[in-house]
Design a protein around this ligand. Sequence first.
Ligand code: SF4
Ligand code: SF4
Ligand code: SF4
Length: 246
Amino acid sequence: MRPKVGVFDFTCCQGCELQILNCEEEMPDLIAALDIVAFREAMTERGNYYDIAFIDGACSRESEIVSLKEIRKRAKIVIPIGACACLGGVNCLKNAYPMDEVLKAEYGEAASYYDTIPARPISAVIPVDFFMPGCPIVKEEFIRVVQELLAGRDPYQPNDPVCAECKAGGNVCVFDKGMTCLGPVTRGGCKATCVTGGAVCWGCRGLIDEPNIHAEKEILESAGLSMEDITKRFNLFNVCQEGVWK
Ligand code: SF4
Ligand code: SF4
Ligand code: SF4
C-alpha cells in the first residue's frame, strides 16, 4: 500500500509546494511510491485521510485554525514545510501592527470583507511531527525526507549552522567583504545557497538548537549594524520565535 499524502497550503506564496512540483526528475518515482490524495496546487481531487500531511504556509485566519485541526485529526504524520509553516516567517512581520490597520493597508476599502489574526507557525496551532524549513524548501531535502519516511525512519534534522556548509563549499565569508550574515546561528541544510550565489544568509531556515545569540549580536555590532538593524535582520524570518532575540 502506498502511503496517502496530502499537501496543503495556508498563508504563503505557495513557493514551497512549487518546489515539490519542481522535482521533475524524481516525480515518476514519487508518484509510484506515494498515493497523493490532496494537493490543491496540482490536482482537483481531494481525499480525507493522510498518512503524511505536508503543510505549506503560516496560520493567519480563524478559519485556518479550524482547517488545521481537521487535518491533524485526519493525518498520522504532519510536517510543516518552509519558513512560513515552520517559523511563521515573513507573515509574522504584520504582528507588530493592529490587525485592522494591516487589513486596511492590504485591502483598502474592501478590508471589511476579510479577516485576519496575528500570524503564527503551524506548531503554535497543532502538534507537528517534523519540520522541513527553508524559503523555499530544498528539493533534495524533500526527497530525502520522503525516502526516510518510506523506510520507517524519523527524518534527519540538520543542526549545523549554515557556516559549516558555507566554508565546506569554499566561500569567502561575507564579513570579510564588508557584509553581514546570520549564518552562524541559522540551521544549515541549504548548502549556504544564498552566500554561494553572492548574497548573505537571512536566516530562512530558522535557528540552530541553542544558538549563540549573544556572540552573533556582537559580530553584527562590530560589523557596524545598529541594534535596530540587527533586530530587523533577525525578525525577517524569525520574529515569531519567541524569546530568542530580545
Ligand atoms: S517559505 Fe518562502 S517560498 Fe515557502 S511559501 Fe513561505 S514565502 Fe513562499
Ligand atoms: S558568509 Fe555567512 S554563512 Fe558563510 S561563513 Fe560567513 S557568516 Fe558563515
Ligand atoms: S543561506 Fe540562509 S537565507 Fe539562504 S537558504 Fe540558506 S538558511 Fe536560507
